[in-house]
Design a protein around this ligand. Structure first.
Ligand code: NAP
Length: 284
């Protein structure tokens, strides 16, 4: 029987949307804030994601351009396009739609983005900033986890947090953001020995693996908060990493999938764009 609270992402997403919209409105006199997305090829997930970002931008009063480059574009062609956007004062953020077409060199394209316009925080400079402890502009998914915990007033400082997943886009940046908030954080991965033994020690457990149902009751200590970042599309359903029913019988709170971290992530991305624009003095 479920005893845990369900921590939906809708409330935090609404609060964040209002806060971001307010900041966007304050910058209005300097002209519209604009995000420029580049897609290379016609991958449906990249396009679906870009459309969702476009809708989110509209809701907070930002412009969002989705530019689809031909699927046979070369790395040089894509890099040239990125350099042109870097130089365009009317573009405040640049976002690549992943996956890019496979013939292009992803690392070279990411490296071409001006870190001051890197809303996804993928460039080496952005990563350095994050790991240096400056977390105001963090990768959106990791930031969404922090946003959720803050919204539900779950203390982070001094807590034992376990993150399952060590990717550059979720697990590692989340570790850096939690450390900056003075949590004691362990990061697990596919080679972790005795995963349940480690995760069950957590006061806050975050699963970000893309392995549906990986986290069961045996992985969760009594009274823990469990945050499910996993988003796996299978037979028309969206599945999280957490076996929700099993975990809800032990945890104090669990996030659902869908409707947990997902709705918050988009607004974290938009907050990054505002933050970067403010840094560059768009409001002056
Ligand atoms: P990823 O790059 O594939 O990384 C997965 C990580 O999980 C790896 O570190 C891997 O370990 C670890 N892992 C996989 N299976 C495991 C297992 N059985 N036991 C322990 N660790 C395991 O994925 P990602 O990009 O970080 O994304 C993770 C999940 O979050 C995906 O479902 C993705 O769709 C979702 N996501 C959601 C949002 C959102 O807004 N909600 C945004 C981004 C991503 P190794 O390093 O050892 O291989």
């Amino acid at each position: 029987m479920s005893t845990a609270e369900v921590w939906s992402g809708r409330g935090p997403a609404r609060a964040l949307r209002a806060a971001v919209s307010e900041r966007v409105a304050k910058l209005e006199d300097s002209g519209p804030l604009a995000l420029h997305m580049i897609l290379v090829g016609d991958d449906p997930s990249a396009r679906g994601y870009a459309r969702a970002v476009q809708r989110g931008c509209k809701r907070v009063g930002m412009q969002a351009v989705m530019e689809e480059l031909p699927g046979n574009s070369s790395t040089v062609e894509v890099v040239d396009r990125v350099l042109a956007l870097n130089a365009d004062a009317g573009v405040h953020g640049i976002l690549l739609g992943f996956p890019l077409a496979e013939q292009v060199d992803e690392a070279a394209i990411v490296a071409a983005i001006d870190p001051a316009k890197d809303v996804d925080r993928l460039t080496t400079a952005a990563v350095g900033e994050l790991f240096g402890g400056h977390t105001a502009v963090g990768p959106a998914t990791a930031a969404a986890v922090i946003e959720l915990l803050d919204y539900y007033e779950e203390p982070i400082e001094g807590r034992r947090v376990v993150v399952v997943g060590r990717s550059n886009v979720v697990g590692k940046p989340l570790w850096a953001m939690l450390l900056a908030r003075n949590a004691t954080t362990t990061v697990c991965h596919s080679r972790t020995v005795d995963l349940p033994g480690v995760t069950s020690q957590a006061e806050i457990l975050v699963a970000a693996t893309g392995s549906p149902g990986l986290i069961g009751a045996e992985h969760v200590g009594s009274g823990a908060v469990v945050v499910d970042v996993g988003t796996t599309y299978q037979n028309g359903a969206v599945l999280g990493d957490v076996d929700f029913e099993a975990v809800a019988s032990r945890a104090r709170a669990v996030t659902p999938v869908p409707g947990g971290i997902g709705p918050i992530t988009n607004y974290c991305l938009m907050r990054n764009l505002v933050e970067l624009a403010e840094r560059r003095g768009v409001s002056c």
